[in-house]
Design a protein around this ligand. Sequence first.
Ligand SMILES: [Fe+2]
Ligand SMILES: [Fe+2]
Length: 304
Amino acid sequence: MGSLAPRPAPTHVIAHLSDPHLIAGDRLLCGYIDTATQLRQALSRVEESEEAIDAIVISGDLTDSADPAAYAMLLEITRPVADRLGAALVTTGGNHDERRPLAATFYGLDTDAPQDRVTDLRGLRVITLDSAVPGYHHGGFSDAQYDWLTDELATLAACGTILVMHHPPITYRSPTMAMLDFDDPARLRDILVGSDVRAILSGHLHVTTFGTLGGIPVIVAGGVSYVDDVGAPRELMIGVDGPQSWNLVELHSARGSERVGEVVTSVAPVARHPSWPALSDAVRDYLSTVPPDERQEVFSRKRS
Ligand SMILES: [Fe+2]
Ligand SMILES: [Fe+2]
């Protein structure tokens, strides 16, 4: 029988959303998707989870065509939710975004510079690095961005670092998306290995997937607007209106001989599906009367 001690709560919780591709006005994305409704629905599910969210992270392709009205809409939709949750709102640009309208709306700046930022979440450092290459859909960082990241990581954060970048630095199956990849994972890997970066949060693929870069988890949120069909042959790109999702990312403190704590990701659907209580109120009430160190024996033991 394993440890019966109650599980410790995570030190930090992030709601990771990606690729809202917001469109202001009545136009549907790809003729199918009401992007504002999708984002509102995703955020309502974040709130319904009743998790103690430290940050809402949106990892790029905030808008579909960099319309200033769409950036304003994104703030209008997300800011009240973040405020109600007491959470930071952390965003980065993607290949469908443009730096100037993004910087103007979010930061009141008139600039084409990448809006790379550091957000402190009670000791957890979140670095957002804009991986969109101006004029292209593939991803990459400039020499200045690599230098900035290297300098930033030279100082350790109390609870480590999360790196947010739109283009995931992993090898994904799609030969089409390969043409739109992050261009130099090896250079990034050499900077990150040995740093305090605990995970990379990305989007872009419109598929929930996970990989590693130099042993660091790369967590890709599947997109709140639409999803690419992994059930289709790899040379096809088939959009799906159905399995849109966001990721609940929980970070734990190091235990025992661990150097860093766990990073646990759960995929949450945007849509509401038929549901029922898998655990009745009576069972929940009964379990609450059982001492914590007896609950596993009571709940796990098979009844004949
Ligand atoms: Fe996208
Ligand atoms: Fe993208």
